[in-house]
Design a protein. Sequence first.
Length: 375
Amino acid sequence: MQVNIRPVLLKSDLLKFIRCQWNFYTNDPNFVPPLISDRLKLLDKKKNPFYAHSKMQLFLAESESKIVGRIAAIVNDNHNKTHNDKTGFFGFFESIDDSSVASQLFITAEEWLKANGCDKVMGPMNPSINDEIGLLIEGFDSPPVILMTYNPQYYGKLIENAGYAKAKDLFAYHLKNETYLSEKADRMQTLIRERYQIKIRSIDFKNKKQFKEDVATLRDIYNVAWQQNWGAVKMTDEEFDFLAADLKQIADPNLCIIAEVKGKVAGFGLALPDINECLIHNKKGGLLGALWQLMTKQKKISLARIIVLGVLPEFRNIGLDAILYYEFGTRAAKRGILRGEASWILEDNLMMNRALTATMHGEVYKKYRLYDKTL
């Protein structure tokens, strides 16, 4: 196959880059079409504050005037400053089931990364660890939940054939209210609340001043609670505000909670209703279609994804994480949501994995993988 790899330079090419994703999921019942407007905003180097400290080049693979693959090469300067390395990243990877096509895409991305000073490449990250990351390697029997990735099963083979190896696996846990909202769990969490004077409050979406203060609180906790995690990179104020503005449009205030211990902010959690249950029917990825699907189907959403749960170091080991999980379960149940996904969890995060299995009785039902390669 004669393949031409070319950089995306024009806005018309950017639209091709986004829309070509549909080509690789024909007749796949679990594919959730992304919102084209959201993808444009994510990739917009003027609107997305991620690109204030990072750079990215998109590439398209074409054969006989047809797009047969795509990839992004990314240099995240804040990652390299944080971890004192020269790692580049690949993301937004799609390809037909042809190793020669995929390998040419990776070679092109790698050459760009080497030219920009990188000696290692990791991915997929779309475009950073604070966005959608990982390649699905187990759990192809159901659609992805909100802000999680999905891909054909053969992608792992293509990536490995291009010389990549496992860097880290990420787990997604399936939770059922009936398995952890027991009388015993209720008694235990009540005792913990009373012993440590724990209070849980919702983030105030309506009061602009309070919302701004709460977002600043979440940002501070996030950047402290995750700083020791593998691969973590602090979000800038602008990045966090950008993300908060997006999530505010789809979040349920009752599932955005802050925990206080003896009057001091100690942690927070964010769970999102799985609007992918609605968007999977929005086949073309248009905004109006998405609004219609949300308007007519959101009351039938059956799952919420626990996307973030963080506790400050000085408040760990008192059971606060269990309190937050319990709170999510009871609050979600009030709106008819009886299932949850906790994702993503690093495979070697022993504390979180133990809590989700032993305390929450969760089951790993999807696995994602990050790959890396020395350049």
